[in-house]
Write a protein that binds this ligand. Structure first.
Ligand SMILES: Cc1cc2nc3c(=O)[nH]c(=O)nc-3n(C[C@H](O)[C@H](O)[C@H](O)COP(=O)(O)O)c2cc1C
Length: 373
């Protein structure tokens, strides 16, 4: 067994995790067209848990039937059928004693499948819809500026989805405030031109996220984990960075400190932590989050590079590491590392949901064979 810092235990809220290794949220578009989790998803998530990850953060889950859905075949958490589907996914993960956190997501103006969208301001997003996602194509539409009623509906959706997550047995939820989606559209100055209390300074641009966070936290049992994910880069703008670099990071985490969030997940959507999270003055967004907000921090972005991952934990720039693409290739990444087994290199086709699922099946079968030997 490896003794490196990635395999030390850690306490997250009331839960003891056996290592510092989490699966990053990854949209798989593998639910039914009604957003109900499928058998393939049960196997997909179970493989990470039996493969040694102590924490699994699910793909983004939509939170209401109005404007939240981002992708076709994305799972939701808005009705009984979806709840029943998630119960099976959660039970599969819990068999291996891993924790599972549902990522709650509203796409705002970046929906790949909705003809009409909402956002803080009526600004057309950069870029085009992704043809490979099988939804709509061409430019994103100009979203409708959110009214007070829209804000209330979105908040209600998050609270209800979080309550359904408690019923499904999830250990927590993560509010997706990264990658250019709805909460990130509020935070980003050029997509938020509001002149009410949700626009203007950093506090105002974080206000809606904080209101939703507080409403969710008040609705769920105390031990239910509620985290927040943030990033600088966006799915439709990988080069975007917070305008003032580390100065902006300090401002953001100083505001978020008042939430005492259960954790912050600081992501590098482009998959390169050093390029996306490290500032010229030597500080990093994950390190500043930890120091200033004073809560557990998950770092992400190319951190299957063990040396960087370990150095982040050892230098107090993160408490946990989340792994995305390398976990698609190696759902048993922790066991492989601990046993010194070779890793399967990530290959681009694995992004295709059906191939991920076939690959997961193969790795699971291999695990079973090894277990029975
Ligand atoms: C296929 C795929 C789907 C993704 N879907 C989501 C998602 O639903 N929610 C999210 O916050 N990030 C999503 N991401 C971003 C990952 O969580 C992660 O930030 C990114 O892959 C970089 O980490 P890595 O270098 O370990 O892969 C996705 C990434 C990939 C490759």
């Amino acid at each position: 067994m490896s003794t490196n810092s990635l395999f030390n235990q850690i306490q997250l809220q009331e839960h003891k995790l056996c290592n510092r290794l989490a699966v990053a949220p990854m949209t798989r578009r593998s639910a039914t067209s009604e957003g109900v989790p499928t058998r393939a998803m049960i196997d997909y998530y179970q493989a990470f848990a039996s493969g040694g990850f102590s924490l699994i953060i699910t793909e983004g889950i939509y939170t209401d039937n109005l404007f939240s859905q981002t992708d076709l075949n994305q799972p939701g958490l808005v009705n009984q059928e979806q709840l029943e589907g998630w119960k099976k996914v959660v039970a599969g993960v819990h068999k291996s004693n891993a924790l599972i956190i549902g990522q709650l997501m509203h796409g705002g103006s970046l929906s790949q499948c909705r003809a009409k969208t909402i956002a803080p301001s009526a600004i057309q997003p950069k870029g085009l819809r992704a043809t490979e996602k099988g939804g709509l194509t061409g430019p994103f539409p100009i979203p409708k500026e959110m009214s007070e009623e829209d804000l209330a509906e979105v908040k209600k959706g998050y609270v209800q989805a979080a309550l359904l997550a408690t019923k499904a047995g999830f250990d927590g939820v993560e509010l997706h405030s990264a990658n250019g989606y709805l909460f990130d559209q509020f935070l980003t100055p050029h997509t938020n031109l509001r002149t009410d209390m949700y626009g203007g300074n950093t506090y105002n641009r974080l206000r809606f996220l904080m209101e939703v966070y507080t409403a969710v936290k008040e609705a769920v049992p105390q031990k239910f984990i509620v985290g927040i994910r943030l990033s600088e880069s966006k799915v439709n703008d990988l080069t975007y960075r917070w305008p003032g670099g580390s100065t902006t990071a300090v401002e953001i985490f100083t505001v978020l400190k008042e939430l005492h969030a259960d954790y912050l997940h600081i992501a590098a959507e482009g998959g390169n932590w050093a390029r996306e999270c490290l500032y010229g003055d030597g500080s990093s967004s994950s390190g500043l989050a930890k120091k200033i907000a004073g809560v557990p921090v998950i770092a992400n972005g190319g951190l299957h590079d063990i040396q960087i991952a370990e150095s982040l934990i050892e230098s107090q720039q993160a408490d946990l590491i989340s792994i995305g693409r390398a976990a698609l290739a190696n759902p048993d990444w922790p066991h492989r590392i601990a046993a010194g087994k070779p890793l399967i290199p990530f290959f681009k086709e694995l992004i295709k949901p059906s191939l991920t699922l076939q690959h997961t099946q193969r790795v699971l079968e291999e695990q079973k064979r090894e277990f029975s030997q």
